[in-house]
Every structure is written in structure tokens, then in C-alpha cells.
Write a protein that binds this ligand. Structure first.
Ligand code: GLP
Length: 240
């Protein structure tokens, strides 16, 4: 059963989760972090630099959950750019120790397997941050994804492309495909921390935490994991 923490607002969630990340990294300088994109984890990233001031981060590794396929890595909304801007630069992480799946056309055939190998070589992910899509996706594992799935190419749903259109000029500019850690990859992390804010996430959160474990709501896979913390505001908790 997930531990559910209801907080007053995003800042409180950011502070709480950043405290946990900082505690882990200070205790284990070779911590492997799983980092998520989207707007949800931003308060965590904003709170982290202050909490990690003076800590030795030279051995910390980070793995992103997912990436768009076919978007130039230099595009400001590629997840490589987002992770670079929101996590790597503010914290001063070693960019060589920060991994994002390769969504380029040239690399795509082997990208999934390579990414799995890199995670395994790092010793697995210690703490995985997760947001949740309005359709219950985690990473980019859309409804119907196998619980055993590993990093692979997926097609984005219309709903997700519409949700993410705010980061682009037009919905047509949102890539149609992505490469994402699988649900099996995510479940292999040692601690899952799922964050969600706002009424728009209430239904997905309720399904993830209390609903049946079903591929129709990929985030319900968290119920199979022994160590999950769900940090949400009142609005996102409304369905619990
Ligand atoms: C994207 C990401 C997910 C994220 C979701 C929610 O689809 N691939 O990792 O959880 O969006 O986004 P937001 O946090 O902006 O609501």
C-alpha cells in the first residue's frame, strides 16, 4: 500500500520530496536518481539546489524516464533539454552521468536495450520521481502498456499530445512517438515517489492508488511495488 502524503501546495510537496532526495544523496554519494519531466516535478527541482549546497554530487547519476522520438535534442522541449535546464545545470551534475533515452532516428533501434543496460550498469535506480498523465500514464506508458514492459518506443495518445501541446506552438508540433522506460523498468526502482497536483489529476490518482491494478490505468502498477510515496495536494486527493 502506498504511503499517501497530502500537502497544502506544490511548494510544500517540492520541499518534502527535495528533503528526501537530499538525505539520500548526502548518505550515498553514488545515488542513482530517476528524474521525470512535465510540470509536476519542477517544485522538487527548484527546492533541491539549496538542500544539496556543498554536497559532493560528482558521483550522482540520473536517468530520465522518457524522450520524444524525432525531436532535435537541442529543441527546448526535448526532455534532454528540459533535464539539462531544470536539473543538470542548477545542481551542477556531471552531464556524462545524466542519461536520457536516445530518441534520434539513427539510434532508435537499439536505444531501448542500451538504456536498460545503462541503468543496470549503474546498479539500478534508487529513487524514481514520477508525475502522472490525466489518462493515468507514467513515463509515457499509455493505457494498455504491459506491466513487464522495458524501455521501448511507444505511440502517444491524442489526449497526451493535447495535454503536452502547451509546451509547443501547436498540437501538430507535438511528436507522435516517444521512447519510454517501461512499467517493468519503473517498478524495478527501489523507491517510487509519485507527485500530482490539481483537480485534473484526481481521477488518475484515485485509480492509481485505490483502483484495480489494470493496464488500462498504467499508474496502478505502483500498487505492485513495496515502497511507494504519493505526494499530492488536496485537489489531486479529491477522489481518494
Ligand atoms: C508527460 C511526461 C510524464 C508526466 C506527464 C504529466 O507526458 N512524459 O512523465 O508525468 O507528462 O505532465 P505534467 O506533470 O506536466 O502534468
Amino acid at each position: 500500500m502506498a504511503e499517501v502524503v497530502i500537502v497544502p501546495d506544490r511548494q510544500a510537496a517540492g520541499a518534502l520530496v527535495a528533503d528526501e532526495v537530499a538525505r539520500l544523496v548526502r548518505a550515498r554519494p553514488d545515488t542513482v536518481l530517476g528524474v521525470a519531466t512535465g510540470s509536476t516535478p519542477l517544485p522538487v527541482y527548484e527546492a533541491l539546489p539549496e538542500r544539496l549546497a556543498g554536497a559532493d554530487l560528482s558521483r550522482v547519476q540520473a536517468f530520465a524516464l522518457d524522450e520524444y522520438v524525432g525531436l532535435d535534442p537541442q529543441h527546448p522541449e526535448s526532455y534532454r533539454s528540459v533535464i539539462q535546464r531544470e536539473v543538470v545545470e542548477p545542481l551542477g551534475l556531471d552531464p556524462r552521468r545524466v542519461h536520457v533515452p536516445d530518441g534520434s532516428a539513427e539510434g532508435i533501434a537499439e536505444a531501448g536495450e542500451k538504456y536498460e543496460q545503462a541503468i543496470a550498469a549503474a546498479g539500478g535506480i534508487d529513487l524514481q520521481l514520477l508525475g502522472i498523465g490525466t489518462d493515468g500514464h507514467i513515463g509515457f506508458n499509455e493505457p494498455g502498456s504491459s506491466f513487464a514492459s522495458r524501455t521501448r518506443v511507444k505511440t502517444l495518445t491524442r489526449q497526451t499530445r493535447e495535454d503536452n501541446a502547451r509546451f509547443f506552438d501547436r498540437v501538430e508540433d507535438v511528436p507522435r512517438h516517444c521512447i519510454t522506460q517501461g512499467l517493468g523498468t519503473i517498478l524495478a526502482a527501489r523507491h517510487l515517489v509519485l507527485l500530482a497536483f490539481g483537480a485534473g489529476k484526481a481521477e488518475a490518482v484515485a485509480g492509481a492508488v485505490e483502483g484495480p491494478v489494470t493496464a488500462s490505468l498504467p499508474a496502478s502498477a505502483i500498487q505492485l511495488h513495496p515502497r511507494v510515496t504519493v505526494v499530492i495536494d488536496e485537489e489531486a486527493a479529491a477522489g481518494l
